[in-house]
Design a binder for this molecule. Sequence first.
Ligand code: PMP
Length: 357
Amino acid sequence: MKKHNYSAGPCILPQEVFEKSAQAILDFNHSGLSILEISHRSKDFVAVMEEARALVLELLGLEGKGYQALFLQGGASLEFLMVPYNLMNINGKAAYLDTGTWANNAIKEAKLFGETVIVASSKDQNYNHIPVDYTIPEDADYFHCTSNNTIFGTQMKSFPKTNVPVVCDMSSDIFSRTLDFTQFDLIYAGAQKNMGAAGATLVVVKEEILGKTGRTIPSILDYQKHIKAESMYNTPSVFAVYTCLLTLQWLKKQGGIAAIEKINEAKANLLYSEIDRNTLFKGTSAVADRSFMNATFLLENPELQESFDKMWKEAGISGITGHRSVGGYRASMYNALPMESVQVLVDVMREFESVFS
Ligand code: PMP
């Protein structure tokens, strides 16, 4: 039986993506060949890459606006390094908002390149909210933020207005909600949440911000080289990119980001209402900053953990244990998680209350 999969990533993808990608491993496009055994320069795969790159820009509303979409490798973690390499001037400076573990990892890499100003941090309150009222230095080469904090369950609901280029790690909420994506100059995201199989990293970059640092950038880390090579500078992660294409096609069929956003809001509202109503549970993040992708919560009485774990496992739920660094529970409700799965979890929480309160 298919589990109700709340994994934080890699995570649930649409069923048709599993089926079509499995088929492509056996026989891709009725070619008599597996997608795993053809050249990435073959006509069929070049078409996959081209369509995936175009769909990204179409779904984000960035077509014809000077942006390029790239499918790279190395995960979002390599982007922590590629961003300063490509955007921080020699003797320049970058501004970062510290909202969690991943933001921190990005900051660590930026510090290797030059002055890295942390404009605000919620670390002293265990990252339970998104800081407000901070100033971005006018002379920063860019400002970096993390739209959704996968581990702590917080999400930026708005983004600062600034004249410096804005870089955003959207690994765990890309394609989940409508935003004016033109406010970002560079967006990156590991594929393995709302996009596809692990192994591909999406980078969407406004071309005009590149090539200004005075640095010599190793070829494989140079966004301009990847753009020139149409995201085929070296062998791309062909299968992961194909799963991204299938997921983007699925999203377009659902009605795009605006349509999935409504479902995501309904799923998140259902679960958060239960967390707030049920006296046995409490949410961990500030209500205004709650993530619609990753809901983090605790048992009021930790001694009941074993009983609760038994109950949700018996209901066919998988993957709601919190990140190892914070404990508690985390229900990740990415685009492909159906509403019915959220209802199953809510029903378990109600049943748990009826037995233990
Ligand atoms: N940023 C965020 C917001 C994440 O959630 C993650 C991984 N969960 C990463 C970065 C790191 O991504 P990767 O494992 O692809 O390097």
